[in-house]
Design a protein around this ligand. Structure first.
Ligand SMILES: [Zn+2]
Length: 199
């Protein structure tokens, strides 16, 4: 039996998704590069859910666009240093579900390649990011509900304050993934991607 990897490498090709990791660039709310690898990883159980979600999105003629997935502890500390707001950023002393590899930030992209209008940019830390925020017009509510439907159907749960954040149920029961385990996955990453189909 193969050793189960702590994290599985997600690529656009292997998972039929688009990937634009916002913290690997300056194009995020901090204006800083938070981590310097452009690779996307998830825990095997979350990866299985993502496969279901990608298929479900296709059923609506849409695709998923991943904005963030596994986040190393050092990156969580860097985010917290910029925005120590526990409503939107997990205190690194407690650990983020992104550092457990079971949380993913994402949106939906239409057939034209454009992201659907979700009413706010990702990481907007105001009530406008809350699910069902009543001030948004109907089309935005529908767009958010499409993402909600796809993700709930695929085994994730939502975060009431962040339209873009989904995670596995009981996420806190998963272990935080330490830097050593992550480096092993990172080095294996590009080679393992093709063979990372769960048994
Ligand atoms: Zn998130």
């Amino acid at each position: 039996m193969p050793v189960h990897p702590a994290l599985i490498h997600i690529t656009e090709q292997s998972h039929d998704v688009l990937i634009e990791l916002i913290y690997a660039t300056e194009n995020n709310f901090t204006g800083q590069v938070i981590y310097d690898h452009p690779l996307c990883f998830l825990h095997p159980q979350a990866e299985a859910g993502l496969r279901r979600a990608a298929l479900a999105a296709r059923g609506f003629g849409l695709r998923l666009k991943i904005l963030d997935a596994f986040r190393p502890q050092e990156a969580q500390e860097a985010l917290w240093a910029v925005a120590p707001n526990p409503d939107y950023i997990a205190d690194p002393a407690k650990g983020s579900n992104h550092t457990r590899g079971v949380a993913v930030d994402l949106t939906l992209v239409g057939a034209d390649g454009q992201a659907l209008d979700m009413g706010t940019p990702v990481d907007t830390m105001t009530v406008a990011s809350h699910h069902f925020h009543a001030a948004h017009p109907a089309q935005i509510q529908v767009n958010r509900m499409l993402l909600l439907t796809v993700m709930l159907e695929s085994g994730f749960v939502h975060h009431p304050h962040e339209w873009w954040h989904y995670q596995l149920p009981q996420a806190g029961q998963f272990a935080l993934i330490d830097s050593h385990d992550f480096m092993t996955c990172l080095h294996a990453g590009s080679h393992a991607a093709a063979g990372s189909v769960a048994p």
